[in-house]
Design a protein around this ligand. Structure first.
Ligand SMILES: CC(C)(COP(=O)(O)OP(=O)(O)OC[C@H]1O[C@@H](n2cnc3c(N)ncnc32)[C@H](O)[C@@H]1OP(=O)(O)O)[C@@H](O)C(=O)NCCC(=O)NCCSC(=O)C[C@H](O)C(=O)O
Ligand SMILES: [Mg+2]
Length: 272
């Protein structure tokens, strides 16, 4: 299965009205509207309402929109958001996954954040959870849990990061690297993106709009992805497919969302 490109995956703090307004215009490959750590306890109910309003309004420039849940508020979050799954919301990001059961009950595509020692050790079981699409590294929580300090080369995280990639590849999942906190340090971000790409990640989670362009550049499409993109565009250009929402490409179902993605890849490659 050819995964959607997830080179740049921007966390948007749902508690922040300005950031949520701006999010709709940002052409990251994916947005994660965050209801977990970026929202204070007293802000969470309003943040969830803001997510509902944003999903009702739609019109996101990013082709993939996810919500990071706070597992302590799983019931109200699912009550508020289930109706959007497949209608503007592409799935949930579940933080601090340590066991497969942490991913149960969402009835939607899920991405697991691996950000504890237990999560890393249990990856093999976690990767069998139903609906799992990808793994996302959480370096801040990982460092805290491992009681290690950051180094410029992330030496302290290499074992955990490589385990995430190894398991993601073995189970056919997307693998997304963790955030780089120094959001005004473009050169540092570029180096860390290159390190992530060398380790095998597909893309990087981000915390600021200024980080999107760097991640898109470093995690640019591979030759296989470009071949897939050309095949998708060619399939939809067939006159008999002009009005179809879904077609078959190389034996796989492809939707118009994939066509938009394919065009973005080809345009981005032509411009770079
Ligand atoms: C880090 C920030 C608090 C900085 O915000 P700010 O000081 O407002 O930055 P700027 O003034 O440069 O912002 C310029 C404009 O861009 C908007 N903005 C900023 N960040 C975002 C964003 N992430 N998404 C959308 N829009 C954003 C500002 O509102 C300004 O807009 P305007 O004035 O209209 O032009 C801030 O960037 C931030 O809060 N970032 C996200 C923080 C977050 O989500 N954290 C949680 C995810 S990371 C994580 O959880 C780690 C993981 O779990 C682990 O364990 O490692
Ligand atoms: Mg975290």
């Amino acid at each position: 299965m050819m995964h959607l490109p997830l080179r740049s995956v921007l966390f948007v703090p749902a508690a922040n009205d300005k950031a949520m307004s701006k999010a709709a215009t940002l052409a990251a490959d994916a947005l994660i509207l965050d209801l977990e750590d970026s929202a204070g306890e007293a802000e969470k109910v309003e943040a969830l309402k803001r997510v509902v309003r944003a999903l009702e309004a739609g019109g996101f420039a990013a082709p993939v929109v996810l919500v990071r849940v706070d597992p302590a508020l799983k019931t109200p979050i699912l009550q508020a958001l289930t109706r959007f799954v497949g209608h503007g919301l592409h799935g949930y990001v579940v933080p601090k996954v340590g066991l497969p059961v942490h991913l149960h009950g969402y009835e939607a595509p899920v991405w697991a954040m691996i950000e504890t020692a237990k999560g890393v050790l249990n990856l093999r079981e976690i990767c069998t959870a139903p609906g799992l699409q990808g793994l996302i590294a959480g370096p801040n929580d990982l460092r805290a849990d491992l009681r290690v300090s950051p180094t410029p080369e992330r030496t302290e995280l290499q074992l955990a990061l490589s385990h995430i990639v190894l398991h993601g590849r073995a189970f056919g999942l997307s693998v997304i690297d963790g955030v780089y906190n120094a959001f005004r340090d473009e050169e540092g971000l570029r180096r860390e993106c290159e390190n992530g790409r060398a380790l095998g990640f597909d893309g990087k989670t981000l915390i600021h709009p200024a980080q999107i362009a760097v991640a898109n550049r470093v995690f640019a499409a591979t030759a296989a992805q470009l071949d897939w993109a050309r095949a998708v565009v060619a399939a939809f250009e067939q006159p008999e497919n002009a009005d179809r929402g879904v077609v078959s490409v190389n034996g796989e179902m492809v939707e118009r969302m994939h066509l938009a993605t394919a065009r973005r890849w080809l345009t981005a490659t032509a411009l770079s």
